[in-house]
Design a binder for this molecule. Structure first.
Ligand code: PGA
Length: 246
């Protein structure tokens, strides 16, 4: 069984005051069998890690190199040192804002794993690609090229995030989610053998308390990567509870 993960991606939102939401999240015990993860902006990681308790802290990107002349960038070692245990890589906003390619995501994933972080590798199709019937080809291609051969279920998590569902309130049908997650599972098993069954497969894109129960009922959905609804503990807590009950 893949482990269940409820991951919150705060994106570029929050200063120190936002840590009150993390504090409030830690008031409830983390349910057995679920990893709860919050990925705040990088400047908050060490302060977040200091108050996170059983909640895990992650970053939203890292550089592929461990050090050097890369002004403004942050290495996986630095994130680990600051208290992160996870890092989101290849989010569609990184791919579009910073033109990140699958090859770069793959190199970053290797760097994250080498530093002892768990990589949450994001993939997903545009609406045009979906309408053209290319979804499975696109996401399986991204999966193949973004995960290094050294990936294992202990070091890498895959997040399927249709780009048209991120921050839009639009969510694929349960059948559409199921079709993609089944294809990703098959691709992971084909490449990694039995360990492919253990990779956590997260769905992301407009997950809310009101749709979480249905989404977590889809086979091969092991959790969620949540943006907007992770910013407030009151919105994120019911999503965690839905995952624990799934
Ligand atoms: P959203 O973002 O939940 O606000 O749609 C998801 C994500 O980008 O990870």
């Amino acid at each position: 069984m893949a482990r269940k993960i409820a991951a919150g991606n705060w994106k570029m939102n929050g200063t120190g005051a936002a840590l009150a939401e993390l504090d409030s999240l830690t008031q409830d015990p983390v349910p057995d069998g679920v990893d709860v993860l919050i990925c705040p902006p990088a400047p908050l990681i060490s302060r977040a890690a200091a108050v996170a308790g059983a909640v895990k802290i992650g970053a939203q990107d890292c550089h592929a190199k461990s050090s050097g002349a890369h002004t403004g960038d942050i290495s996986a070692d630095m994130l680990r040192d600051a208290g992160a245990s996870y890092v989101i890589l290849g989010h569609s906003e990184r791919r579009s804002d910073h033109a990140e390619t699958d090859a770069q995501v793959c190199a970053k994933t290797q760097a994250a794993v080498d530093a002892g972080l768990i990589a949450v590798v994001c993939i997903g199709e545009t609406l045009d690609e979906r309408n053209a019937g290319q979804t499975l080809e696109i996401v399986c291609g991204q999966l193949a090229a973004s995960l290094p051969d050294t990936a294992t279920s202990a070091t890498c998590v895959v997040a399927y995030e249709p780009i048209w569902a991120i921050g839009t309130g639009k969510v694929p049908t349960l059948e559409q989610i199921s079709e993609v997650h089944d294809a990703l599972r098959a691709a992971l098993v084909e490449r990694f053998g039995d360990d492919g069954l253990q990779f956590s497969l997260l769905y992301g894109g407009s997950v809310k308390a009101s749709n979480a129960v249905d989404i977590f009922g889809v086979p091969n959905v092991d959790g969620a990567l949540v943006g907007g609804a992770s910013l407030k503990a009151a919105d994120f807590s019911p999503i965690i509870a839905a995952l624990a009950a799934a």
